[in-house]
Design a binder for this molecule. Structure first.
Ligand SMILES: [Zn+2]
Length: 323
């Protein structure tokens, strides 16, 4: 306080700065329950009579965590149960929330029954790569934190009358990044499809390559693309479903190699992010750039499918391809 009044007497101090300091002082006085000195604070409607916050922690009424959720698109608040019943699509504006592989398997497979294949293949830190922490430690932490073993899970089961393989990425596991495990699991899934003559669907949700595996990560793009061509030769359909977000090498290779390339509404799909592109070409980007609707209009996608119609559409498409 003494410092403030001393400063106020300072002729070099600007008038606006004095005003600001005085207001700050009054604001503090109001918070602590003291009388304000300016007209503004004196006539305030709400006044704190007692100093500080007096509610003890035990008395606080808290909502249990995870019970309510807010839509990031329209701020609509509803319970997680309501959202789950709606297949994680916002009831108000139809925004598709990001979900993991278990949710997609539940949506697609009949009676939520399926087998998870190739779980024994695990990532290894063969380059001894260290960024903020070592890759080995990062893997350990992710395994402890989640119940998933890598960024993709392979599910085999019935979708309506079709026996099919769904390979679904989990963004939760190091950003759904493409490492050697993802490559190997997809490769084995293709072998399984060839053996059982079952169609394959890959659900993409990834930030791109796993930088901790460097060139080993990039090699997977060629490996998976080559494996997928075996499906083409055997005349077995491969459907690529792109969800929010699908970026980097995946969208530039096997994400776009499907016999059908489809996407969820409003999903961000691209190679590099919009900010990088804007800074490179030094031009403003068109509205809705890299959203699935924009890509459909420009011929990158075959159709956009709402999550609620996903199972029905996939089954219909497979029936049409079979006949
Ligand atoms: Zn919404």
């Amino acid at each position: 306080m003494a410092k403030v009044s001393q400063e106020m007497g300072n002729p070099y101090l600007s008038r606006s700065k004095i005003c600001l300091m005085k207001r700050e002082e009054d604001f503090e006085a109001n918070l602590s329950g003291e009388e304000g000195t300016t007209e503004e604070t004196k006539t305030s409607w709400f006044k704190r009579i007692k100093k500080g916050i007096l509610t003890s922690t035990a008395e606080k009424k808290e909502t249990p965590e995870g019970l309510w959720t807010k839509c990031p698109s329209c701020n609509y608040i509803c319970t997680v149960t309501e959202l789950r019943e709606n297949l994680f699509v916002c009831p108000k504006d139809g925004h598709h929330h990001r979900i993991g592989s278990s949710e997609y398997f539940e949506i697609l497979f009949n009676d939520n029954r399926y087998d998870i294949l190739f779980e024994n293949i695990r990532s290894k830190d063969f380059l001894h790569f260290t960024d903020l922490k070592s890759y080995g430690k990062r893997l350990e932490e992710t395994w402890n934190k989640t119940d998933i073993t890598d960024s993709i899970r392979i599910g085999a089961g019935q979708v309506r009358e079709h026996h099919m393989i769904v390979a679904c990425m989990d963004f939760e596991f190091i950003g759904g990044s493409l490492g050697s495990v993802m490559g190997e699991r997809i490769a084995r899934a293709v072998d399984y499809c060839l053996q059982h003559r079952a169609p394959l669907m890959i659900i993409c949700k990834s930030g791109g390559a796993r930088m901790m595996e460097s060139a080993f990560s990039l090699m997977q793009l060629a490996k998976v693309s080559a494996k997928l061509s075996q499906l083409t030769d055997a005349r077995i359909p491969y459907i690529s479903l792109l969800t929010d977000p699908s970026f980097g090498g995946i969208s530039a290779s096997f994400g776009m190699l499907g016999d059908l390339n489809i996407a969820e509404p409003g999903a961000l799909i691209g190679f590099a992010g919009p900010r990088v592109i804007r800074e490179t070409i030094k031009k403003d980007l068109p509205e809705g750039f890299q959203r699935s609707e924009f890509l459909l209009e420009h011929g990158f996608l075959d159709f956009i499918v709402n999550r609620k119609e996903l199972k029905h559409k996939i089954a219909t498409v497979l029936s049409l391809l079979k006949n």
